[in-house]
Design a protein around this ligand. Structure first.
Ligand code: AMP
Ligand code: MG
Length: 355
């Protein structure tokens, strides 16, 4: 066995690269690089034949993620997302392929969930973001006004023409529930094109990975931190060629009046979720895994599970906590996966974002 030394061996645009030492020449070695992107940390682990190949691959993958951030960010005033929302009022505007793909998938998921998943909730989401800073839940009148500028039926995406149109001024789109998973899988695709077959891209909690690390069955994905209430669920699962996203309703929250309100909002009420739910979704592409983890959080266990079961290529674990009791619900494909029949996720039988 070669020894892998993790550490600050060299800098690549502010990014630390870990190098393998004592390896025979040309053997695949493990490299890791971390960089700040999309308001979070992106970690890429890959196996390459040389340090040069690894550096080049890191650069291309991080460039792709930076490009996507410029397109999809709702924080950057001049992102393509924000620009289009300002300019495409009542007339279609040409958009990039990436924006068209993400918004079309979002709208398809909005349709499949009766608007439980809704990227036009930007005005409402912004009020809840402010609430997390002030510690006070949004004023009802402000929520009503924000809701009047939201609603997925006011967004029109034409994938064929690659155009977007919004119905009214003052709308705000927020793809925070789906963009990171998309970016993880897209960065993985760039690595694939560079000849790197075995890699894992983690955009915060949104993971996308390819072939197994050399000599291993798969990438080891943590499902929980040894929670005794989840004894029926393995702590770690080994997978290849898939994406995994986890959404936690209580991850970011505001506590008020004895209740904990999540950063995920229910568009039906404009309120942050109060059910303590954590959803892990496994899918061929991060666009699906990320979109669905949020959608299932809003729909809740029963309707969420039905949505997951309607997709032949998706698996989910839903963990709910209430009154000190934790319940874990697994979709049928999740049970099969942890049965250990194969470390690979069922292959895609439909295109990403095709609900
Ligand atoms: P995730 O961590 O993938 O569940 O995404 C959470 C983020 O999605 C939030 O921080 C909001 O930016 C956005 N969001 C919140 N509620 C919704 C919703 N009902 N539909 C779509 N996006 C949402
Ligand atoms: Mg999500």
């Amino acid at each position: 066995m070669t020894s892998i030394v993790q550490g600050a061996c060299c800098l690549l645009g502010g990014v630390v690269v870990s190098l393998a030492i004592g390896a025979p020449p040309h053997a695949l070695q493990r490299y890791e690089s971390v960089g700040p992107h999309m308001g979070t940390l992106v970690r890429i682990t890959l196996y390459a034949a040389s340090e040069d190949a690894a550096k080049q691959a890191f650069r291309s993958a991080f460039d792709r993620i930076a490009d996507l951030d410029r397109i999809l960010s709702d924080y950057k005033p001049d992102s393509e997302l924000n620009t289009v929302t300002r300019t495409a009022v009542q007339h279609p505007v040409d958009v990039s392929k990436d924006l068209s793909v993400v918004l079309a998938a979002s709208q398809a998921l909005a349709g499949a969930t009766d608007g439980a998943f809704d990227v036009t909730q930007g005005p409402v989401i912004r009020l809840w973001r402010a609430a997390r800073k002030t510690g006070r839940i949004p004023d009802p009148a402000a929520l009503t006004e924000a809701e009047s500028r939201s609603g997925f039926r006011k967004l029109h995406v034409d994938s064929r023409q690659q155009t977007v149109m919004v119905d009214q001024e003052g709308m705000a789109l927020d793809v925070g529930a789906i963009g990171k998973g998309y970016a993880a899988s897209e960065a993985l695709a760039v690595l694939h094109e560079a000849g790197i077959r075995s890699a894992l891209v983690a955009v915060s909690g949104d993971l996308a990975f390819g072939d197994a690390p050399p000599g291993q069955r798969g990438w080891r994905i943590d499902l929980h931190d040894d929670d005794p209430a989840l004894a029926s669920v393995p702590r770690v699962i080994e997978l290849t060629n898939a994406a995994v996203s986890t959404s936690g309703a209580s991850e970011q929250h505001v506590d008020a009046g004895g209740r904990r309100y999540s950063h995920i909002i229910d568009p039906a009420s404009g309120m942050g979720l109060v059910n303590d739910i954590a959803v892990t979704v496994i899918a061929p592409h991060g666009l699906d895994a990320d979109g669905l983890d949020t959608a299932v959080s809003v729909l809740g266990k029963d309707r969420g599970l039905a949505l997951i079961e309607s997709r032949p290529d998706v698996a989910a674990l839903i963990v709910q906590r209430s009154n000190g009791t934790t319940t874990a619900t697994m979709s049928s494909r999740f049970s099969t996966l942890i049965g250990g029949a194969s470390p690979a996720t069922p292959r895609a039988s439909s295109r990403p974002g095709g609900w």
